[in-house]
Design a protein around this ligand. Structure first.
Ligand code: FES
Length: 101
């Protein structure tokens, strides 16, 4: 095993988990679409942050009935009930957090 300091300063994990039919999950709430749109937006509008910010798909964050669930690190900030309507707000939050790191 090897370890090294990460160049990434902010990780945004967006749950895209799909559960069996009949069970609440972020995939049903648009998790994959939200993650893809947020990632595309950050890449297009803020290419200078490519080496610092990652918008990752995650597995279940145990907030399945409150999806789409997201968590931002290193702050450890949880976001629930997120949707495509929140893209502007998520972008603003990411920019503010990166500025303060
Ligand atoms: S499926 Fe997203 S938190 Fe569980």
């Amino acid at each position: 095993m090897k370890s090294a300091e990460s160049p990434i300063t902010l990780h945004v994990f967006v749950c895209t988990n799909q559960k069996p039919p009949g069970k609440a999950c972020c995939a049903l709430s648009g998790g994959k679409e939200l993650r893809d749109e947020l990632k595309d937006r950050m890449a297009k509008k803020h290419p200078e942050l490519k080496s610092k910010v990652r918008i990752n798909a995650s597995g279940c964050l145990d907030k399945c009935t409150e999806g789409v669930a997201c968590v931002i690190y290193p702050q450890g900030e949880w976001i629930t009930h997120a949707s495509l309507k929140d893209l502007d707000q998520l972008e603003e939050k990411i920019l503010a957090l990166v500025k303060n790191i």
